[in-house]
Design a protein around this ligand. Structure first.
Ligand code: NDP
Ligand code: HSE
Length: 434
């Protein structure tokens, strides 16, 4: 009888409890597929008195994560506490003992992955982080294995479940931003610090990982352009819908003609008929374009207890099968990855949605459109709404494709016009090939 695969589970919160539940529920099928059973031999938590909704009565539980990593009897350490300090420390202890690690920790991988993966390579152990990107969607495995024979030219995705949930609730239920965020926290979707979700940082962590796999480049979180959803208003969602668009928070990675890449996360107007526009609630979706496969889109739950646990288990089982994993986690050894130029979002071309509050006076539209004419930016659609508050009217427009820099110039000129009442809202518009 083959010995069980032994796990040390560091963290027993939303995802940790999901992992315990799935192992308890699917133990037999997992054993049949792996060729041996999976057994949790120790658990570390922060608060030993906190009630758990899974039965771990037979498993020793400690509040000393470092001791479990250092002295525990395990083959794979499963780090599900998040953050970069203790998470990194237990990971390095496991590596130093020749043990593999699985986590769902995009912050740790995006910011310290180059060093951690190099350490794992030199220790001859594995590290899996499928759950770090897009929850239950096996997108890293798809890039690493299913699309291994392709050159990926671009990918775009809804990769933060909390932001997508909030935008959906604001748009379809008229829920206030703060209430939708509170619901996402209650449902276990949000990060410990939810500003990571709503300011685009979590999506940027994930895009960093996706881009590294897609383009074979080192992880470089600091090079990304990042914008979250905190400035999106119900009015923008409503106007966008009237103009034929949904507002989605996207991570976009493109290979540019000079061999560099552009990496950006920001709210985006997506045509309502496009499949990304139809991905609502906590669902995520990643659309990838390979030179052989063409467009490939994967969708599924981007956060939540069991969906994330599903991805954690996939890594555990892979590592249990092969020791150091089937393929290197970033598709090729991290030490061989070559850095390329990462272009700032200002250089990226797209159409733009702009909304501004203006005095309801003659000549206003002419004043605005003449700025665009001077800068050689065409306007594809323009809408003036009846004044609702005092004498102010709202003008919304969609430009033709132009660069972020040129729009910044136009906005700077328009904002100083005497009839403009407040800062313009500015959101990119993307029309995807598929
Ligand atoms: P939770 O906050 O629900 O759980 C964190 C767990 O870690 C808790 O059990 C906590 O203990 C424990 N913990 C925290 N610090 C320590 C420490 N120093 N020593 C020992 N235990 C500690 O987080 P999640 O389960 O939501 O997230 C875990 C990871 O999964 C994060 O990296 C997150 O980004 C990632 N993730 C989460 C998803 C989700 O849907 N929630 C989806 C994808 C990834 P205690 O319970 O006693 O407080
Ligand atoms: N907070 C993250 C999200 C969890 O909402 O997408 C999944 O990574």
């Amino acid at each position: 009888m083959t010995a069980p695969l032994k796990l040390a589970l560091v963290g027993l919160g939303t995802v940790g409890q999901g992992v315990v539940e799935l192992i308890q529920r699917n133990g037999e099928v997992i054993a049949a597929r792996l060729g041996r059973s999976v057994r949790i031999t120790g658990i570390a938590v922060r608060d030993l008195t906190r009630a758990r909704d899974v039965n771990v009565a037979d498993i020793p539980v400690t509040d000393d994560a470092m001791a479990l990593a250092r002295d525990g009897d395990y083959d794979v350490l499963v780090e599900l506490i998040g953050g970069e300090t203790t998470a990194r420390a237990v990971t390095e202890i496991a590596f130093s003992r020749g043990k593999s690690v699985v986590n769902a920790n995009k912050a740790l991988i995006a910011r310290h992955g180059n060093e951690l993966l190099a350490q794992a390579e030199s220790a001859g152990v594995g590290i899996g982080f499928e759950a770090a990107v897009a929850g239950g969607i096996p997108v890293l495995k798809a890039l690493r294995e299913g699309l291994v024979g392709n050159q990926v030219s671009a990918l775009a995705g809804i990769i933060n479940g909390t932001s997508n949930y909030i935008l959906t609730q604001m748009g379809s239920k008229g829920q206030a931003f703060a209430d939708a965020l509170a619901d996402a926290q209650r449902l276990g979707y949000a990060e410990a610090d939810p500003t990571f979700d709503i300011e685009g940082i979590d999506a940027a962590h994930k895009l960093t990982i996706l881009a590294s796999l897609a383009f074979g480049i080192p992880l470089d979180f600091d090079a990304l352009s990042i914008e979250g959803i905190s400035a999106i208003t119900p009015q923008d969602i409503r106007i966008a819908r009237e103009l034929g668009y949904a507002i989605k928070h996207l991570g976009i990675a493109k290979r540019e003609a000079d061999g560099g890449v552009s990496l950006r996360v920001h709210p985006t107007l997506v045509p309502t008929e496009h499949l990304l526009a139809k991905v609502d609630g906590v669902l995520n979706a990643v659309l990838m374009r390979g030179d052989g496969a063409g467009p490939v889109c994967m969708t599924g739950a981007g956060a939540g207890r069991l969906a994330t646990a599903s991805a954690v288990l996939a890594d555990i089982i892979d590592l249990g099968r092969s020791g150091a994993g089937i393929a290197p986690p970033l598709g090729q050894p991290v030490v061989g990855l070559k850095a390329v130029t990462i272009h700032p979002a200002q250089d990226a071309a797209s159409a733009f949605y702009l909304r501004l509050r203006v005095a309801d006076a003659p000549g206003v539209l002419k004043g605005i459109t003449s700025v665009f004419a001077e800068l050689d930016i065409s306007i594809e659609a323009i809408q003036q709404r009846e004044p609702r508050e005092g004498d102010d009217a709202t003008v919304a427009l969609i430009t033709s494709e132009t660069t972020g820099q040129r729009i910044a110039d136009a906005v700077a000129r328009i904002e100083v016009l005497p009839f403009v009442r407040e800062q313009l809202a500015r959101i990119r518009v993307e029309h995807f090939e598929a």
